[in-house]
Design a protein around this ligand. Structure first.
Ligand code: CUA
Length: 434
């Protein structure tokens, strides 16, 4: 009787429940005994026939008083002792506990996994049979993190970490509640705790991993070079309006883009997603069909982050950034004075004419062949003829790039206006890249 506690899903739950039930039973026993006696005496000795009657004069009983002092004292000491013992057990955190950071905010819970930075909202997944530590905090007001099936509860407090720790003993879905009134949607501030087999947990944790960056910042990282964990978009897409192999990202989101087939497409999330996964499906007018399809090489989360980043690439934002970091470009601007050597001028042109976007200096493959060791190299063109990378070949490649496309590379080269003198400087520079 009087067993109202929910399912026991953690190691500590039976101990917590045992003490709770002891207290419940003692309370029920005394409630019934005291109220029962009260009611019995009220009825038994009620006024009869509207007449008072004499009662015996009792001076008290030392025995009774000793009993009702000593028995409750023993009971509260017993309950207090076990309360402390079990509470200590409840607060103990095993050395090897997995740590998950929990943030409460009006009105949801988010979980960040220390193991790899995975971040999820409103649904935490944990492995069965392993100790877990949830470290709690809040971004706004006081919340309280309560997992009834695990018998743990703690306040989540802004600017402070608190925690709950437990070891789940069975798989299943359990409720997480906010159990402290925190505003309008307090009652909707729930989350799910999924306890799964260890192998499932490992798979879940490894999947769909995202670092804990705001999407736009993460997108910026993805936009960057492969060497820094990006997808290398920057190779072909500028952020400042410069034309590279592909369209610039500047003010791209929301723009109406003319397509190769004559149609006009509005750049929205879905257009960008399709362009990343299946670029050949929609080629912007005047651009080559040169982009690598990222199908299978990018997650939905990463696409979302890239889109979030692209939305921030507006003239307004770029201007604000420039104002924040003044003249960095100018300082780095290479000497282009008349007394520079052809090699030096060529090196400056390599950057200013955006060769850098598609041709590496370190042998790595970008859109076009690397300049490293290029001069004097022999190879094959797409049409099967042989070539030697001499002055004439390089000059022609710059002047009329698609007349001689190297085997295995796209006919994607686009060049800004360039003079013959500049071409000869560039060729002189390419000779020096070994
Ligand atoms: Cu958060 Cu109630």
């Amino acid at each position: 009787m009087f067993r109202f506690l929910p399912e026991q899903a953690s190691e500590i739950a039976p101990s917590v429940d045992w003490l709770n039930n002891v207290i419940m039973d003692i309370s029920v026993f005394f409630t019934v005994a005291i109220c029962g006696a009260m009611i019995y005496f009220a009825v038994r000795y009620r006024a009869k026939e509207n007449r008072d009657h004499d009662t015996p004069r009792i001076h008290g009983s030392h025995l009774l008083e000793a009993i009702w002092t000593i028995v409750p004292t023993i009971i509260v000491i017993f309950v207090g002792y076990y309360g402390i013992v079990i509470f200590k057990e409840l607060r103990a955190v095993p050395q090897d506990a997995r740590t998950i950071m929990v943030t409460g905010k009006k009105w949801s819970w988010s979980f960040k996994y220390e193991e790899n930075g995975k971040l999820v909202d409103n649904e935490a997944v944990i492995p069965v049979g392993e100790p877990i530590k949830f470290v709690l905090t809040s971004t706004d007001v006081l919340h309280s993190f309560f997992v009834p099936a695990m018998r743990v509860k703690s306040d989540a407090i802004p600017n402070r970490y608190t925690y709950v720790a437990f070891t789940p003993v069975k798989t299943g879905d359990y409720h997480i509640f906010c159990t402290e009134y925190c505003g309008t949607d307090h009652s909707a501030m729930r989350a799910r705790l999924k306890v799964v087999p260890k192998a499932d947990y490992a798979r879940w944790l490894a999947s769909d991993q995202r670092p804990s960056l705001p999407p736009a910042e993460w997108g910026k990282q993805l936009f960057g070079s492969v060497a820094t964990g990006g997808k290398g978009c920057e190779t072909c897409h500028s952020l400042d309006g410069t034309r590279r192999v592909g369209p610039t990202f500047l003010d791209l989101f929301g723009k109406e883009e003319p397509m190769e087939d004559g149609s006009v497409v509005k750049v929205d999330e879905d257009y960008i997603r399709t362009s990343i996964l299946y670029p050949a499906k929609q080629i912007v007018a005047t651009y080559p069909n040169a982009m690598t399809a990222f199908e299978g090489q990018i997650t939905e989360d990463q696409i979302g982050a890239l889109i979030a980043f692209m939305k921030t690439v507006t003239t307004e934002n770029m201007k604000a950034q420039e104002a924040a970091a003044p003249a960095a470009d100018e300082a780095a601007a290479p000497a282009q004075s008349a007394d520079a050597t052809p090699e030096e001028r060529g090196k400056a042109l390599y950057t200013s004419k955006t060769c850098v976007a598609c041709h590496s200096l370190d042998g790595s493959r970008l859109v076009g062949p690397s300049f490293k060791g290029l001069y004097g190299k022999n190879g094959k063109l797409a049409d099967g003829t042989a070539y030697t990378a001499d002055d004439a070949y390089l000059t022609k490649s710059i002047k009329d790039p698609n007349s001689q496309v190297v085997e295995g590379y796209p006919a994607a080269m686009v060049i800004p206006p360039i003079t013959d003198a500049e071409i000869s400087d560039l060729v002189a520079y390419i000779k020096t890249v070994k």
